[in-house]
Design a protein around this ligand. Structure first.
Ligand code: MLT
Length: 407
């Protein structure tokens, strides 16, 4: 008799963004004439940068000829991309990261979810609340989260509330934890930590043998000087942090799929017998066993985003969405909403009108205004009473949505 992983029956039956997609489809079926504006999942609307498309075409052509055809590539990513990442995302900022500390993948969603494979089920995990649902769901699947209550608060997770009262700066845990997820610029609140605020976390992790899983998928949207783009800008971070980066939001790769994870060689955790084990070797083992590499064509596209023309085009994409975020933020404020984020991130976190829950307000916006958002409660208990607006729509749709809200 085959048995399932029981943890799967504890988690909500549907992933947050699948649930939203389902509600939107139902609404569309009931109102085929509705002009729905999608500001829910952070999916980009602008096409890929020309440099990336040209690289895809060139690489596809190479695949047509025996002399240039490539089959399996290195699981960790081709040297041309890992070297470009090191040179542009780290060395250019004075950060000492080596190519063999970079693991190219098909997405930060996969990596932040899969990283749990190399950690014991006995680790106590802390997450900021609200947070990207993948952190909670995958720890629940892996058996580290314990049991959920009726509000979907898990017994073994340590929640670090981030709210207006603490200015969205999480407090250090008051109980012992082993792993901490931090995402900055933050999804979903769009808020950030400064260098000195992040230094507190790195120092704490170092003093307590904690591993920080740092999701930096939105670093390209940082506009303010005092906000670190990489956790490795912080002293001591290479001894405590794994960093996740993605080409999805930066260069429009949500459908093309490419990301990378940095596991520094100085990073260690402990076996149950107390032995100190290097996480780089462990992740390499996991990655090369369960993953056969991002496709050659896609890696060439990612590489092209680091060429001079690629960088210019990526900058234009980011500037476009950043302006959308400014428009959303300003319009919501003008309409009397309390808003956060949207300055260093493509997400604006808005308080629902008094007395309305996140899901009620989500439904109102969908049914009455034909605007899709993401209910804050879907990101955790501290997200209750908020909705998230994503800035990835077209300019026209963004302006139209804000007009609908003014009314
Ligand atoms: C989001 O909307 O939170 C993200 O787009 C989801 C993701 O990156 O998987």
């Amino acid at each position: 008799m085959a048995h399932i992983n029981d943890n799967f029956i504890k988690i909500p039956a549907t992933y947050l963004f699948s649930e939203i997609a389902k509600r939107v489809t139902q609404h569309k079926e009931a109102h085929p004439e509705a002009n729905i504006i999608r500001m829910g999942i952070g999916d980009v609307s602008l096409p890929l940068p020309d440099a990336a498309v040209d690289a895809i075409i060139k690489a596809a052509e190479e695949q047509r000829h025996a002399e240039t055809f490539r089959g399996y590539g290195p699981e960790q990513g081709y040297a041309f991309l890992r070297d470009a990442i090191v040179a542009n995302d780290y060395a250019a900022r004075g950060l000492d990261i080596n190519a063999d500390e970079i693991f190219v993948s098909d997405g930060a969603k996969s990596d932040t979810g899969n990283i749990g494979d190399i950690f014991s089920v006995n680790n106590r995990v802390a997450i900021t609340d609200p947070s990207y649902p993948v952190y909670v769901d995958t720890n629940a699947m892996g058996g580290r989260a314990g049991d959920p209550n009726e509000q979907n608060v898990w017994s073994n997770l340590v929640y670090l509330p981030c709210n207006a009262e603490n200015n969205f700066v999480p407090q250090l845990p008051t109980e012992k934890v082993d792993i901490i997820y931090l995402c900055y610029p933050n999804n979903p609140t769009g808020t950030t930590l400064t260098h000195s605020q992040l230094q507190v976390w790195v120092d704490y992790a170092k003093a307590n043998n904690i591993i920080i899983l740092f999701d930096a998928a939105y670093e390209a949207f940082i506009t303010e000087e005092n906000v670190p783009r990489s956790i490795y800008e912080i002293d001591g971070a290479k001894e405590v942090a794994i960093e996740f980066r993605s080409f999805s939001k930066t260069a429009g790769f949500t459908g093309t799929r490419c990301a990378y994870t940095v596991v520094p060689k100085q990073l260690f955790a402990f076996a149950s017998n107390g032995e100190k084990i290097a996480l780089n070797a462990l992740w390499n083992r996991r990655h090369s066993t369960k993953f056969n590499g991002t496709s050659y064509v896609v890696q060439r596209a990612a590489e092209a985003t680091y060429t001079p023309e690629g960088k210019k085009q990526v900058k234009e994409l980011i500037a476009f969405y950043t302006e959308n975020a400014r428009i959303i933020r300003q319009a919501l404020q003008k309409a009397g909403y309390t808003v956060f984020g949207g300055v260093n991130a493509p997400y604006v976190w808005a308080k629902a009108p008094e007395g309305m829950s996140s899901w009620e307000y989500f439904d109102f916006l969908l049914n009455e205004k034909n605007i899709v958002t993401t209910p804050g409660a879907g990101f955790g208990l501290s997200g209750e009473g908020f909705v998230r607006f994503s800035a990835f729509s077209s300019r026209e749709a963004t302006i139209e949505a804000m007009k609908r809200l003014e009314k």
